[in-house]
Write a protein that binds this ligand. Structure first.
Ligand code: ADP
Ligand code: MG
Length: 706
């Protein structure tokens, strides 16, 4: 059955029935009618109440069936007991869509879940869509439609702007709505989706991508009903030029538990979620308030002209410039390198020796002056290495006058100025100037720098926008014959699998007798490495099953006897013999991994640090497949990247070879999908630049074909 109305009509309805409408502001049904009126809803309001002829000066009707139709939307906030009956009445009356504010359904256990299912079935059978239940409805400032009972609507105005938000928490949405108001930030549409029983977050994400009034999209999510669709929509948003910022609950165990009881959402892996966001140029975030400040900066400030540029820090307080400069690295920012032209432009105001970043305007000849600030800002804005200005404001005379210059200069120079008014109420004059000029400001440096980081990530995401990666030559998709259908693979089997995708592996041969081992070693060439082969053993070296640098036949014989005895002791009856292989040498050891995320599918991982990788957790994750360039970007994001780039006399490693191996592995992950439960290459030994990389160990687990 087709939907009775399109989604856009639910967000901007021409008529709204309020079921349980009341004159009592203490009741949901009272507040909804009052807010609709208060913010000048231009459509028709139809209060439904069997006991009243008039509600809040509007004619009321005994039932939705009795009200003049057709009606686009009905809002229901009655207790769960009466809900099904009313939904049936709405379906009967031809209502387009229902906003169900009522809670205690799937969020309250099995009984509620069963009722929720019946309500959805009733609505869908009629082609009527449902928002909620357990939601706070829709606030649509651009359409002046407050279809919600959120207390945020107690505020004086509803400011229209470019931020669209979809939230799985109504209370959080209301909080952000009221917070934004204090800072002059405005929303296009705010949609609280609650339990997502019918319409879900992705439906509205899609709507906002196509919505002309929305310029930046913010999401608060607890779990995704259709993770693959979410992922596809993130890519579509980037194509449409709309940044997406997303806070997702469940990064910690406690958060995941809370999400499960709040909206019955399964949190999924936060790391996979964040990796998928990053791959699509969307920005995963932790703090909803910081998300709104950053979104507002994206909407109301000029964008960064390019990613990777430095920032200029300027302030009238030496202390403020110092601590701000110190904070930059934590947010991935750096001070720009001033050009000669910038220095020359600043020379009239500062002693030449003092011309460097950060700039303390207190050091100007004659002290801080408005003209001096203006001259510096203008110079920064044409400097090729400066993308943004960070302006921390500590108390000083004439704060408001100085603030008043900033919005105009920023717009004229097409460069964001992130102004942090860090003083208390005495700074309200300056804040007022920003408000008057419709320009964002921040109250704390960390919020300003976080906003910069988001702007940078968005610029980066745009720059990285690339066609989907192409399959490298010789990367599958044929699999080697003779692998087990399911279960753990040995090192040798794993290497044959990755070799089929063009990843270099050690020359090696299996041996079941000492004589075999010697023959294999002679054929491979000394020195060799010998390892015990047993499917039952995960970590060979822990049990003394890895013998490196064996230089002659005698060493090979000794190693054979020793290894077989050790396997027998550790996992009796599981020895498959030994693996004799070439001894590789290189500059660094990487771990490359594949996991199958239940939400987002095949993910690849890369890390550095050998056995310390588990402690350091210095790994990068991305959805498969990736191009070699994307793989290299992952390597560059590692904290230990400088080790690969060459430190303390060590040569830079063959990053191209490592990136190529990771890209090839990502195609293996992509092709095998859910059949590949997990795979590790640990380590991939990477040689000096130009000399390649080689997988020396691997293990994998296959699942039966579906
Ligand atoms: P484990 O099962 O303990 O991970 P590995 O096969 O990874 O066993 O061997 C342990 C370590 O020995 C590796 O991390 C690597 O440093 C080294 N190693 C293993 N195989 C080779 C090889 N063929 N050439 C050089 N070093 C190797
Ligand atoms: Mg290993």
């Amino acid at each position: 059955m087709n939907d009775r109305i399109p989604l856009a009509r639910l967000v901007t309805p021409e008529s709204v029935a309020v079921i349980g409408a009341s004159d009592d502001m203490g009741k949901f049904g009272g507040r909804v009618v009052a807010y609709l009126k208060k913010f000048g809803y231009p459509g028709q309001i139809l209060p439904i109440n069997p006991r009243r002829a008039v509600v809040m000066e509007l004619p009321a009707y005994a039932s939705v069936g009795a009200a003049p139709g057709p009606i686009d939307v009905a809002i229901l906030a009655l207790p769960a007991e009466g809900l099904l009956e009313q939904i049936e009445a709405c379906a009967e009356a031809g209502i387009g869509a229902c906003i169900v504010i009522t809670g205690k359904l799937a969020d309250a256990g099995a009984e509620g879940a069963a009722l929720q299912d019946r309500i959805v079935a009733t609505a869908r059978a009629a082609g009527m869509r449902l928002l909620g239940p357990n939601c706070l409805g829709i606030v649509n400032p651009v359409g002046r439609a407050a279809l919600s009972s959120t207390l945020a609507l107690e505020g004086p105005v509803l400011r229209a702007g470019g931020i669209g938000i979809v939230s799985q928490s109504g209370a959080l949405m209301g909080t952000l709505l009221s917070l934004a108001l204090d800072y002059g930030a405005g929303f296009s549409r705010c949609i609280s989706v609650g339990n997502q029983a019918d319409l879900e977050l992705c439906d509205f994400l899609e709507f906002l991508i196509d919505d002309d009034a929305t310029r930046v999209i913010c999401l608060y999510a607890e779990g995704f009903r259709d993770p693959q669709r979410f992922r596809d929509l993130l890519f579509r948003a980037r194509e449409a030029g709309k940044p997406v910022l997303c806070v997702k609950a469940g990064r910690s165990e406690g958060g995941a538990r809370a999400a499960a009881s709040h909206t019955a959402s399964l949190a999924g892996s936060w790391e996979s979620f964040a990796a998928v966001c990053r791959a699509a140029g969307a920005v995963p975030m932790d703090d909803p308030a910081a998300m709104i400040f950053a979104a507002d900066a994206l909407v109301r400030m000029p964008p960064l002209r390019a990613p990777g540029l430095g920032v200029a820090v300027i302030a009238s307080s030496g202390g403020a410039t110092a601590v701000t400069a110190d904070m930059l690295p934590r947010f991935g920012a750096r001070l720009g390198e001033l050009s000669d032209a910038t220095r020359a432009a600043m020379a009239p105001w500062m002693p030449a020796k003092d011309v460097h970043l950060p700039v303390d305007t207190g050091a100007f000849h004659g002290g801080t002056s408005g003209d001096g600030i203006t001259a510096c800002l203008r110079a920064f804005m044409t400097d090729p290495d400066i993308g943004a200005v960070i302006y921390p404001m500590a108390t000083m005379p004439r704060m408001a006058d100085h603030a008043a210059r900033l919005p105009g200069l920023s717009r004229e120079g097409a460069t964001p100025i992130l102004y942090a008014m860090t003083a208390g109420r005495v700074g309200d004059g300056a804040r007022g100037k920003m408000l008057d000029a419709d320009y964002p400001w921040f109250d704390r440096m960390a919020d300003a720098l976080q906003a910069w980081r988001v702007m940078e990530a968005v610029a980066q995401g745009r720059a990285e926008q690339a066609p989907p990666p192409a399959r490298p030559d010789g990367a599958g998709p044929a699999l080697p014959a003779g692998l087990p259908i399911s279960g753990p693979l040995t090192e040798q089997e794993t290497k044959r699998l990755v070799a089929a995708y063009g990843i270099p592996v050690t020359r090696e041969a299996a041996a079941t007798t000492a004589d075999d081992a010697v023959r294999a070693a002679t054929a491979i060439g000394f020195p060799v490495v010998m390892k015990g082969a047993s499917r039952a053993i995960l970590h060979k070296s822990d049990l003394g099953l890895v013998r490196l640098n064996l230089t002659d036949a005698e060493a090979v014989r000794d190693a054979f006897t020793d290894i077989m005895a050790r396997i027998e002791a550790a996992a009796p009856g599981t020895a498959e013999g030994v693996l004799v292989q070439e001894m590789a040498r290189g500059e660094a050891e990487l771990i490359l991994g594949v996991t199958h995320d239940p939400d987002f599918g095949p993910m690849i991982m890369v890390g550095l640090g050998g056995t310390l990788v588990e402690v350091l957790k210095d790994v990068q994750l991305a959805p498969a497949p990736v191009s070699p360039a994307q793989a290299e970007a992952m390597l560059r994001r590692l904290v230990l990247w400088p080790v690969l780039a060459g430190v303390r006399g060590r040569p830079p490693v063959d990053v191209a070879a490592a990136s190529d191996a990771l890209a090839r592995l990502s195609w293996l992950a992509q092709d095998l999908g859910s059949r590949l439960v997990e795979l590790d290459i640990n380590p991939l030994i990477v040689r000096a630049a130009g000399q390649g990389a080689i997988a020396v160990d691997g293990r994998a687990t296959l699942a039966e074909p579906a």
